[in-house]
Design a protein around this ligand. Structure first.
Ligand code: SF4
Length: 450
């Protein structure tokens, strides 16, 4: 275990222990009302390799659901909250599972696609995934936590304030509207703003109060169904008051939420990762300030590495912060937060050629910055609706190359509070956590043989 992981385990021992107890009591007890909640199998290299391919296929191609596989959703099994984007492909049903679990615990984001070759159905009491009508693998549902139905305020259930992501992560979208869209400069692959319209304030409320956040965080952690937190959202521009004073709304929103969560957990150190746009202040002093006020780790998502493509496909980020400033912010954050707590995400399979993507991974890894390749989905609300992502095999090969570069520079999986998409229990839209887990399992087996 790296020194940094030891430190985190020490900081959050009580939270982790509670989660382990909750997991055992939930997954290992036979529940006739929720027959698709089952414990995982022990991981093997062959099993994980298969799961990585299945996950890549399901993310790239989407899947269909037979009604038998949707029974119990919103009741004993967890429903989709579309807490940031709507990742489903084409027309889809309103209530779907948020994710599916594969036998060895790989977690797959559900992207329903009515044209997919994949089908999820229940046969002889087991939930299975079939491709072109042939059995491929079993799968499982994730239990719906009790706090989902509790009220954060009269008439507002807690799922609408902060839902769960994967098996162990609380997620809160601090800004469902992204202000790059006000000048038509949103990232070209993104549907955050249409998603907000489609979900009609029902799956997620747009504005949450301090008290609602405090109560939801407390209830979720009291239940024990979580280990760490992810805050994310769209870009919020600065606001100039009549007095001339400038308010950084994104900063304020994030710090207010962290404060509410600190109050909820009654501690200053909380396991929270903040995914946000790069801070705009020229000297980047705000990064230090955020760390002091309780951000445990940060990600500033570059999305695209190549400068020309970045300008074209992330025009808001290019015009407001600029690529050079964005890179500098990542470097400063890596110095301020120390190793293993800073990361950036790339949208893979979208537009970037392999060479420039790998150049970006190299740049990050040389600086100890974690890089996360997200599996792109051609979603509604973008001009790529109706396009298709590359084949699963492309994503499988790409993630191996990315893991090779990360490991060459000693950038193995960060622990969950530092980088949720390195956590195989909750990293539903990416394969890197699974690939790094596979490498670890192989290393451990080699060690045993010695
Ligand atoms: S910054 Fe880009 S990816 Fe993020 S919400 Fe805004 S438009 Fe979407």
């Amino acid at each position: 275990m790296s020194p940094m992981n030891v430190e985190t385990n020490r900081l959050f021992t009580d939270i982790n222990k509670k989660y382990e107890e909750w997991h055992k009591a939930t997954y290992y007890v036979k529940n006739l009302k929720a027959p698709q909640i089952k414990p995982p199998l022990d991981p093997t290299p062959e099993g994980l390799e298969k799961e990585i391919w299945v996950k890549a296929s399901l993310l790239a191609d989407g899947l269909r659901f037979d009604d038998s596989a949707l029974e119990g959703i919103c009741d004993v099994y967890r429903e989709q909250s579309r807490w940031l984007f709507d990742w489903n492909i084409s027309e889809h049903r309103y209530y779907l599972p948020e994710e599916l679990l594969l036998p060895m615990d790989s977690v797959v984001q559900v992207r329903e696609n009515s044209d997919s070759r994949w089908m999820c159905t229940v046969e002889d009491g087991a939930m299975v995934l079939k491709r072109d009508g042939k059995f491929v693998i079993e799968c499982r549902h994730i239990p719906r936590p009790k706090y989902y139905s509790m009220e954060a305020s009269p008439g507002i259930i807690m799922r609408r304030i902060a839902p769960k992501r994967g098996q162990d992560c609380l997620v809160l979208n601090y800004a469902p509207f992204c202000m790059y869209w006000t000048t038509d400069d949103g990232c070209q692959f993104c549907n955050i703003v249409p998603n907000m319209r489609w979900t009609k304030d029902d799956l997620q409320v747009t504005k949450r109060s301090f008290d609602q956040i405090l109560k939801t965080t407390k209830a979720a952690f009291d239940e024990g169904c979580l280990k760490h937190i992810l805050l994310t959202g769209g870009y919020l521009s600065k606001h100039k008051k009549k007095t001339g004073e400038e308010i950084d709304r994104e900063d304020k929103m994030i710090l207010d939420i962290i404060h509410a969560q600190q109050e909820a957990l009654k501690r200053d150190d909380i396991p929270v990762n903040v995914i946000r746009t790069a801070p705009e202040d020229k000297d980047l002093k705000s990064i230090e300030e955020h760390k002091k006020k309780g951000a445990y780790s940060v990600a500033y998502n570059l999305e695209v590495w190549d400068p020309t493509l970045f300008k074209k496909y992330c025009p808001g980020k290019d015009k407001v912060q600029g690529r050079d400033h964005w890179l500098r912010a990542l470097e400063v954050a890596a110095e301020v937060y120390g190793p293993g707590r800073v990361s950036t995400h790339f949208v893979t399979g979208f537009i970037e050629p392999e060479e420039s993507l790998l150049e970006g991974i190299e740049w990050c890894s040389e600086r100890g910055i974690g890089s996360i390749p997200l599996v792109w989905s051609p979603v509604k609300g973008t001009k790529y609706d109706g396009f298709r992502a590359p084949q699963a095999e492309w994503f499988v090969e790409m993630v191996k190359k990315i893991a090779d570069i990360r490991l060459k520079h000693g950038v193995d999986a960060f622990e969950p509070a530092a980088l949720p998409n390195d956590c195989y229990l909750c990293a539903m839209p990416s394969l890197i956590a699974d690939e790094l887990r596979l490498r670890r399992v192989k290393r451990e087996l080699e060690e045993k043989k010695k």
